[in-house]
Design a protein around this ligand. Sequence first.
Ligand SMILES: *[C@@H]1O[C@H](CO)[C@@H](O)[C@H](O)[C@H]1NC(C)=O
Length: 377
Amino acid sequence: MRRLTRGKALSLVRELDAFPKVSDSYVETSASGGTVSLIAFVAIALLAVLEFFVYRDTWMKYEYEVDKDFSSKLRINIDITVAMKCQHVGADILDLAETMITSSGLHYEPVIFELTPQQRLWQSALLLIQNRLREEHAAQEVLYKTLLKGRPTAPPPRSPLGACRIHGHVHVNKVAGNLHITVGKPIHHPQGHAHIAAFVSHNTYNFSHRIDHLSFGEEIPGVISPLDGTEKITFNNNQMFQYFITVVPTRLNTRKISADTHQFSVTERERLINHAAGSHGVSGVFVKYDTSSLMVTVSEQHMPLGQFLVRLCGIVGGVFSTTGMLHGLLGFCFDAICCRFKLGIYRPREESPDDAAHSSSACPVQTASCSKDRTLL
Ligand SMILES: *[C@@H]1O[C@H](CO)[C@@H](O)[C@H](O)[C@H]1NC(C)=O
């Protein structure tokens, strides 16, 4: 009984065999078939290699959601050089919520404003990248991918003199605020704050400045912020520079790095302060920032291994059957044109069209030319 069912099962499985063995004597090879097979192999190899590159490649996926994190602090990284002596300028941050001044994390370092040729080269390379970024957002992906591999953004140190480099980082609340760099050191008093500017002569005012780095959130080596490399030279003593920044919290998840950072967009404006002409204000550099309520998650995606394998199978099987069908079709057309219509002979076909023996028998007159052309196929 048991034996019987096993035998039945075996025969059932045998019936299901999709790969029946064909005896060697029934198999015939032809030159055209060989050529087509060769082409198929080359195509498969080529496509498989290309597919492998697609598999190795990664792409960035952007997702947006409402930023629910409103309690954490926002870190601002600053590296700005102003063409004034350090004792004459002061930087501080006012935020909307508490009018609180948080500038203790900033350092003042006397430097020279002019760049060395080497630094100038670095600066122009940076500006070039900035211009490309402005043109196409896609470049951002390239930067996320390549620059993250550890290209330093920090410019080489400068020898000291008449300008002031203000650098460091401060933590502020996640509300709109205003970073300003103006004449005089800031002083704090209960009603607000002021800058002592009494002893600074008006014609030493020079708010020409260069932003080497300005970013929000964790500092990630290699990521270039929109304002990095900006240089503004003015020939007026009373110039006001304003930058309006919208900060977008960005969660970065790439293979190399995963971090909470902040991208930002910026618009800028500058104007001459001239009270007589009705252009009021305070000369200096002002950076107004606000945070966006949307958060962006950027994650690096790549094809899963399973999908890659399935696609490989698809390529191999697809190319094989497609070239097989094309070969058959071409052979059939060739037979029809070359042998049937020309000679006006009709004979029912008993064998496959790519059968060389058959075609030679089908066109007895043009055997030589037929088989020659078929070889070229
Ligand atoms: C400010 O400094 C820059 C760089 O040293 C210089 O080119 C510019 O003429 C100066 N402007 C004024 C008003 O002194």
